[in-house]
Write a protein that binds this ligand. Structure first.
Ligand SMILES: [Zn+2]
Length: 158
């Protein structure tokens, strides 16, 4: 068995081998076949590329790490502010309204915001591994509140 130095990387290779064990080059010509280069490039990329849950590392006791999570939490904050404002307006017997023409658009805006908040929160959690408490709240609490509201309406018979 004759051993020769690989012309490409210098490794000792069996002269009869089809390719160097170290770099894949032909031991006689030193040419690295395209498929070996492609495989190496793919492997390098696979090793260096961070895993998705590392790029968007997010913990329960942290603020949202993802853009969608932040949007969701921001919408929750906005809806909360509108809700508190409406309670204050109610308590002081003022009308809480924002009108376009003759239509009070407060409720439609809140409904759209709540839908956006749930959708963005769910996508952030499922698609981007968002785990922040703020997104849990904005995504699930509202759903739970609506469920509780429906149950109490059923039980109350009104
Ligand atoms: Zn080699």
């Amino acid at each position: 068995m004759e051993m020769i130095a690989c012309p490409y990387c210098g490794m000792q290779v069996n002269a009869d081998a089809a390719g160097c064990q170290n770099c894949g080059a032909d031991p006689k010509t030193g040419v690295v076949p395209e498929w070996v280069k492609a495989h190496d490039a793919q492997f390098a990329e696979h090793v260096e590329r961070p895993r998705p849950d590392e790029t968007t590392r997010s913990h329960f006791f942290a603020l949202p790490a993802t853009l969608l999570g932040r949007v969701s939490a921001g919408l929750f904050l906005a809806v909360l502010v509108v809700f508190v404002a409406s309670l204050i307006f109610d308590a002081t017997r003022h009308d809480f309204s924002l009108t376009i023409g003759s239509v009070n658009v407060v409720l439609p805006i809140v409904v759209v915001a709540v839908c956006g908040m749930i959708v963005t929160g769910a996508v952030a959690m499922i698609g981007y591994h968002e785990r922040s408490w703020a997104v849990w709240v904005s995504t699930l609490l509202v759903v739970l509140l609506m469920a509780a509201e429906m149950v109490s309406a059923l039980l109350g018979g009104e």
